[in-house]
Design a binder for this molecule. Sequence first.
Ligand SMILES: NC(=O)N[C@@H](CC(=O)O)C(=O)O
Ligand SMILES: [Zn+2]
Ligand SMILES: [Zn+2]
Length: 427
Amino acid sequence: MAILLKNTQIVGEDRQVDILIKDDIITKIEKNISIDSTGIEIIDASEYTVFPGFCDMHVHLREPGYEAKETIASGTKSAAMGGFTEVCCMPNTYPCADNSGIIQQIKYKAHTEGVVNVHPIAAITKERQGKEITEMDELTLSGAVGFSDDGNTIMDAKVMRTALEYAKMLDVPLISHCEDKNLSNGGDMNEGALAMMLGLSGIPNQTEDIIVARDIMLSKLTDSHVHIAHVSTEESVNLIRQAKADGLQITAEVTPHHLLLTEDILENFDPNSKVNPPFRTEQDRQALLKGVVDGTIDCIATDHAPHTPDEKNVELTNAPFGLVGLETAFSVSKKALVDSGLLTLKELATKLSYNPRKILKIPGGEIKEGKPAQLTLVDPKEKYLVDSKEFQSLGKNTPFDGFEFTGRVKATIVNGKFVVKDGKLQK
Ligand SMILES: NC(=O)N[C@@H](CC(=O)O)C(=O)O
Ligand SMILES: [Zn+2]
Ligand SMILES: [Zn+2]
């Protein structure tokens, strides 16, 4: 089993090289590799830029329990189409991933039915109820790479403090979904003039800011690592920037959709734009972009949250929060950050490949001889229109249907094998 990528460009380098992959390892990177071609799949990769395989540290694969929304099989196919060789799946499944049996079940299913590497994130508290802390040591041994009650915030600061003390001993991050539901409950979109005009109820920025501030303080108290999920507000970015300047162990992610869209997208009342946290104002979006550029925000994570068409094809107020993101992540991030001149493709690779792995201690993220062959090949020039009907995800709930993007994932190599080639999923 060997692949030879001919005349390709490694992201950030300006010369063309050949990359030889044997089994699951990058064995040689050189100009004009000449070898006996028997048993070697030779690919003309001259139109492609090669990235270290993308790693999404925040996806909802929905299995077990919500297989109508997504399965491990469909979700990992969606990930592969989006260029992700690794995904970390959130525990808001049914039953909840709060015990090692479920973590092992997810890992087994991912191994037998999945097409990319899956790293489970376990719940911090039983059934994500914010009360009783899970067996975090056992869960870590079963393969949980991090902990989160995503979808919920642990409102009791004492419980969060104790969980952070355990997490410190286990050397794993707690991923915090920052939302004071007492403030946000009943809201459908960002609070402000537009929500008033549209007659929709609002979710103020402070819903998020208050918990970001609290968790930074608890990180300081416990000397433990807190990772802030899906940052959406200017004040959150400012708080995280200050925390980092103070030397605290805070990391943060932003979604591609929050980098590109604002609350204005809600003007058409499309339930596919209803997401938590909600799309904010242009001022918030600019703060997020600045945060990505100056390193306050470490990485991009999709928060891929599929729902069935039946659940979403209702009035906005009755629709669940969440949108799918795996298959548009690269194009959307590139448009927001690279086409706008804010980042180079190489810097984007840091946000999509290197930093998420570093945060969760997942190996890889580099294109070097001797390293595992997890690679994403993109055509940075291809223009295309998003068509959600073509998604591998069972969820079609995207606000980007019909959007035109430049730059598309064309191939994904997972553990030395093409899972996507020529833009198509391999059988
Ligand atoms: N982001 C969302 O709008 N929804 C997520 C939950 C979450 O990430 O908080 C979901 O699981 O549907
Ligand atoms: Zn969340
Ligand atoms: Zn989430």
